[in-house]
Design a protein around this ligand. Sequence first.
Ligand SMILES: [Zn+2]
Length: 224
Amino acid sequence: MWSQALTHFTSLWLQQPCPLCDRAHPAPLCDRCWQQLQSCQWVEPPQREADALTVLTWGRYQHPLKRAIAALKYEGHRYLATPLGQALGQRWQQTPIPTRQPPWVIPIPLHPQKQRDRGFNQAALIADAFCHQTGLTLLARGLQRQRATLPQFGLGVTERQQNLANAFALGPDLLTRPQSHPILLVDDIYTTGTTVRAAAAVLRRHGWSVCGVVAIARSVSDQA
Ligand SMILES: [Zn+2]
């Protein structure tokens, strides 16, 4: 049944043009655009951030990677998550975040309203491809997002953090598991880290160890 669904899914995107240049091409995106995306890739080792969160990203959040992520998130080209998640997985295989046990992988859940509007969670799709590449265990419902009590708009930095702190809760995939493996979070873009830190804080409060976060792109423009 799964393979049928996969075949159907595959044939759907086989007929579509490359979402970045509109050229007809039998792949999630054409070779030329994929080559151009490589210019965004960097080869820096995992970076240790505040709160003992180690961050591994595939590339720089700039054109054309920025364009590819926008096509994935806002134009419904969900199959772009596959090559991007695989590339992130290859990155992990080259320079993993060191852990005693292989981590369990949890995507950052999307706000319920956003997920309804978009129809999918891009972090979950990326995490799926990442786990397919690395062989790590995916806990798709390891975290769940509760409706934030306040809209983030108009809040100060501290208020935003407090608001986000209430946004995450343990999901059903974690409730019945022993705390034998560290958790690796997956997101599409890493900017200030506020969201992943809030997610990590909830996990740690419940006794889970969080080894870090992997993301496709890192935004560096505001850190110069
Ligand atoms: Zn293209």
